[in-house]
Design a protein around this ligand. Structure first.
Ligand SMILES: [Zn+2]
Length: 185
């Protein structure tokens, strides 16, 4: 943390060389390197070990019919960081799966999202990470994810498009995704 803080401090010093009006002695700028280093460590905890147990339970459907039993947790709030610009993006994630004799503890899906979001990455990778994480634990290929988010790097730089949302869909099979999206309507 101390080394990281020192490097951030060096970067801010360079900024004050490029823009001399950036005054490092301003009381609001004091301690900023420390706050940035602390924030990165907090927000990137997903780069470290998983800090919770992903509890699962056996599940045997008692209904014998041809309908598929989707389990959906929708509107899971998340925030992550764009690896390209090191700026946050945030929004909501909907997850659905059809169990194959195993179900997840309901709160474990938001926990998994929280853990997998906490690192620099691109949204496309986050969606695939969620699918693979769940596939490893639930052993069903019928898993779908929809991510809707706003990226600070689109809103505050470049295009400066503040209302633009990035929507990505993730699944192993197109047919499952179609069914999942139909359930979300
Ligand atoms: Zn970006």
């Amino acid at each position: 943390m101390i080394r990281l803080e020192k490097h951030v401090e060096d970067a801010l010093k360079e900024l004050s060389v490029i823009y001399p009006s950036y005054n490092l002695k301003d009381p609001h700028n004091k301690g900023t390197a420390h706050r940035i280093a602390k924030m990165w460590i907090e927000n990137f905890k997903g780069l470290g070990e998983m800090d919770f147990e992903f509890t699962t339970f056996p599940f045997e459907s008692k209904v014998d019919n041809e309908c598929s039993n989707w389990i959906i947790i929708r509107d899971i709030e998340f925030s992550s960081w764009c690896a390209h610009h090191f700026l946050p993006f945030s929004g909501t994630i909907d997850i659905g799966y059809i169990p194959n004799e195993i179900i997840a503890g309901a709160s474990k899906l938001p926990r998994a999202v929280d853990y997998l979001s906490a690192k620099p990455q691109v949204q496309e990778e986050l969606g695939e990470d969620i699918i693979n994480f769940l596939y490893d634990r639930l052993h069903t290929p019928k898993i779908c994810v929809r991510i809707v988010s706003k990226h600070t790097c689109i809103a505050c730089r470049g295009a400066k498009s503040r209302h633009a949302e990035m929507v990505t869909f993730h699944s192993f099979k197109k047919a499952d995704l179609k069914e999942f999206l139909g359930m979300l309507k």
